[in-house]
Design a protein around this ligand. Sequence first.
Ligand code: NAD
Length: 701
Amino acid sequence: MAEAVRYEGRGEVGVILIDRPPVNAIDVAVRRGIQTALDQALADPAVKVVLLACEGRTFLSGADLNELGGAIEAPGYYETFDALEASTKPVVAVLHGTALGGGLECALACHYRAAVADARMGMPEITLGIVPGAGGTQRLPRLIGARPALEMMIAGAPVDAAKAKAMGLIDEIVEGAPLQGGLDYARRLAAQGAPVRRTGERTVDAAGFSEAEVADYLKSQARALKGRTTQEKTIAAIRAAIELPLADGLKREDELSQASLKDRESEALRHVFFAEREVGKIPGLPAMEPAPIRKAAVVGAGTMGGGIAMALANAGVPTALIEVSQEALDRGLKQVRENYEVTVSRGRMTPQELEQRMGLIRGATSQDAAADADVVIEAVFEDMDLKKKVLAGIDAVAPPHAILGSNTSTLSITELAKATRRPEQVVGLHFFSPAHVMRLLEIVRGEQTSSQTLVTSLEVARKLKKTGVVSGDAFGFIGNKMMQDGYFREAEQLLLEGASPEQIDAVMERFGFAMGPNKVNDMAGIDVGTKVREELYKRESRPDPYFVVSDALTAQGKLGQKTGEGVYLYKAGDRTAYPNPATTALIRELAQARQIPQRTIDDAEIEERCILPLINVGAQLLDDGIAYRAKDIDVVWTSGYGFPRHLGGPMFYADTLGLKHVLERVAHYHETLGHYWTPAPLLVRLAGEGGTFTQFDQHRG
Ligand code: NAD
């Protein structure tokens, strides 16, 4: 393997050139190499200025994540960055690509910083529940002030070069290739006789960092920080930067950073982070190349079809959007344009980009438009006969190699595939609303879906920058099955037993969901759930006595936000949920008719009864082979259903509760509430063995 770091003497500039593909993560070879190259530069009498630059697509992108939480091989981060800062010759870093976390911390320890215009830099550690642990909390406040440093570390969003320059984070924006731009800048500094300028010797500008001001800032970030604690440790570290000399501040930072790594919050966030990267590796799937996705077609330009076409266009894939009539097509295309206009109005897209994306979406009213597509996705109404008809029609015109995806929320992929002559190329591609925004894509494997089709479907997810999770072909797949048979069903029972919608929603929002189940029901449309359950009864021929409140509201035409009344009341143009006395009366009536006594229910019981069924149904899905691994479930629920990331997803959360405890509580509700709480055999087995879902995953591969 090529050396991770090279030293090149270029006249007055000694270059430390890092080349550690793919993203120049700061592993031990890089740290060792930086120290050796720095020694060479310092020993080279011709050298006046040292330049630290990276080959490849980015500057040091961050810490080596494989070392997170484990032992760090020497030299460590502190040692390496301290050596750069202590250099007796000025050290300049030139940034390109993304300098995040450890990458930026390295640049902070240099004496001068330049960046190319499209470089981005940030401190995203908080997204993994970690306090920066390589000098960032001490040097960043010294460079840009305590308050801006706080904002960079709490919001976790990267800044571009122009903003970085305005903040004093970098000194210069350079033109052209990073190495050349860096060399030019370093030569200018050499010509000026620029002195060493150690960040650690500066004092911190503490403006805007009084306790009250920090508290106000945290309030403004309350949504993102709900249930989180990392920010408290980050703030303590910044206070140390204000109050202590660098060496002592670094010690304090190290303690806080190490402590943050041991927090359950960080363990959970890292679990989700790694799970998102691992779900695409399917146990037992042979290694094969995905088919290229050059062109696509989407059938149905409604809510989902339009969003899916946007996701494809955003990935640069020319897409035919097919509707039944010109009128429906015009409506669909208009909606797509309006969605893009919102993005433009928020400054996240230029009008030219809008036109370019619209140019990639070609409207059509004939299925012939799918004749050159590599992937066709149907998103017509949720109706088995209609979907079969559409798929049969597409099968007749699409190229033989094309895969046919269905966006069905509940219908059997195996059954839908029967309508075509290529059942092995039919797959569920279950997007979430809004499809151009939500990152989750459930990939549903029908009985005949081939490995090649799965591999290509995972490529669709990758190309669209989505997280693809493979699910078996059971009713509701992973996400909707757990929602219907777990979470929502119990929320509905609690209503009948006397908890108010407001109380249930407040408890689940405190738990960490952005919206409680009743508000979600109103937002999605209560009739949607009712229709889903009708399909379920057909498919599993079981009666379902559990959704009486929702089904009664659907029967009354109170469908949620879209009709101005559902579980809650809504005012025109206002999505705030107001209490609805009619719902209270309806629930009371329904409870009486079923002889369910209403009582006061405490918050703890509500939380437990809403969360435990998710775990129990999840365990059942693992047992049935519908989900491969517990982490697949965790990714589905954190990226598609709003389960709080800092709790790691329902299965990771179960591990933190302890499976023995989970089983005891599920068994308790089984006794008191009935058969639908029957503990899943896998839960019983793991609890009996003292095992965890994390261990279960390790066996699954
Ligand atoms: P929608 O009613 O908004 O859109 C369906 C569109 O399909 C309509 O525009 C209709 O004109 C069109 N259509 C009907 N028959 C057609 C045909 N033969 N050829 C071409 N177009 C035809 O519905 P939606 O909410 O977009 O849902 C579509 C599918 O996505 C359903 O299967 C649904 O279960 C699923 N889904 C919906 C959501 C959601 O949140 N809305 C989420 C995930 C999956």
